[in-house]
Design a protein around this ligand. Structure first.
Ligand code: FAD
Length: 371
């Protein structure tokens, strides 16, 4: 029996698995997802006060649709031999979907092991456990990008927050579109900014900045940037500056290997490259899973066609800023922006326990945005 193997149990991995299972129908095709954890982790929720809400049991999604979950981490991929090695087990495949996601780029600075993060479930649990019972805390958040802004504004409710950003403005990658609304929100919440500098050392009780000044703090939270999983280096192909494999419109890297989510760069709408986001990882997963199974079953492939690009940055008690298009023009702010954010957080939660519903969702590659 032919075998589709998916590496990774994030948005891209689970939706690859569901799309492959949908194409299989009642046909002969084995679908296996390899990931070490028991849960799909909804990483966009990890800045929230209760990180446990970000964990979704994989067995409730994969079990009903007949996808095997092999709980292990892949260490080796041999594309010539069509096999992967995961925790000592060799698993052969006919088509491989790499969906192993991304990792926070951590700095090589003294005291880096004292840094907190909201990149993984364990990281978010550690941060919340550390701050529990310390109302009135001081937190230094390093990086004023998407994740940094969300965690800084969330934490601002119960303590003093200092946002450190090496660029000269907040949200450097978000561009000028949403910046005025972000600045207003940061002012309203009293989030202090130290721009054009970075943290060069983390001490037991605070952070040292590039100019040698110190900020006493209960926690220093690093939000840096994301880089594609190092497994991408084992797949022959072109890569971008984030280490992502360049894929074609079917999300094929080459030969029998597909890639989806944060490990892959595909053309999105308006000819732009996809960004490392669940809004792209989900349709990428569905496309790659469909095409991997379709290749083996003689079914026509589908092209990757995501919905128009949007962003929604949660700004805590100051609402959220929702933007449309690649220039990120503001569409909604305040409570309206936050309403859309909540809608997004609901939509990214996959259906569970019910095979027809899961498979029906897998067949809808593009989820339209509400505004
Ligand atoms: C704090 C934060 C906020 C964010 N906010 C937003 C947002 O508002 N909107 C948005 O669109 N995006 C947001 N993102 C980005 C989004 O979470 C990612 O782009 C998305 O999770 C990528 O999905 P993925 O499936 O490619 O990878 P991941 O979610 O990273 O999943 C990777 C999977 O691969 C598994 N894996 C890793 N290594 C191996 C291995 N060696 N073998 C087997 N399995 C492996 C992991 O265990 C995991 O199951 C945010 C991210 C963070 C951290």
């Amino acid at each position: 029996m032919s075998h589709v193997v998916i590496v990774g149990g994030g948005f891209a991995g689970v939706w690859s698995a569901a799309a492959a299972a949908r194409v299989r129908g009642s046909g002969d095709l084995r679908v296996t997802l390899i990931a070490p954890g028991a849960d799909l982790v909804l990483r966009p929720r990890l800045y929230e006060p209760d990180p446990e809400r970000a964990a979704v049991a994989l067995k409730r999604f994969l079990g009903p649709i007949g996808v095997e979950h092999f709980r292990a981490a892949v260490q080796d991929i041999d594309v010539d031999a069509h096999r992967v090695i995961a925790d000592g087990e060799t698993i052969g495949y006919d088509r491989l979907v790499l969906a192993a996601g991304s990792r926070l780029v951590r700095p090589a600075i003294p005291g880096a092991d004292r840094l907190f993060d909201v990149d993984t479930l364990d990281g978010a649990r550690r941060l919340r456990g550390h701050l529990r019972g310390r109302d009135g805390y001081t937190a230094v958040v390093v990086g004023a990008g998407f994740a940094g802004l969300e965690v800084a504004t969330e934490l601002a409710g119960r303590g003093r927050v200092i946002l450190v950003e090496q660029a000269g403005e907040v949200g450097p990658d978000l561009g000028p579109g949403p910046r005025p609304a972000i600045e207003v929100a940061l002012d309203r919440l009293g989030v202090e900014r130290r721009l054009g500098t970075t943290v060069t050392e983390v001490e037991e009780n605070g952070a040292v900045l590039a100019d040698g000044s110190s900020i006493p703090a209960d926690a220093v939270i690093w939000t840096g940037g994301l880089r594609a999983n190092p497994l991408t280096a084992q797949i022959p192909g072109d890569r971008d500056r984030l280490g992502r494999l360049i894929v074609d419109a079917h999300l094929r890297v080459d030969g029998d290997v597909f890639a989806a989510g944060d490990v892959a760069a595909a053309r999105a709408d308006e000819g732009r490259w996809t960004v490392q986001s669940c809004q792209h990882a989900t349709p990428m997963g569905k496309t790659a899973g469909h095409n991997a199974a379709a290749d083996l079953l003689g079914v026509p492939p589908v092209d990757f066609a995501p919905a128009p690009y949007v962003t929604d940055v949660d700004l805590g008690a100051a609402g959220a800023v929702y933007t449309r298009g690649w220039d990120r023009l503001i569409a909604l702010t305040g409570p309206e922006g936050q309403w859309v954010k909540r809608w997004i957080m609901d939509v990214i939660h996959p259906p569970l326990d019910d095979a027809p519903t899961i498979l029906a969702h897998a067949g809808v590659i593009t989820t339209p945005v509400p505004f």
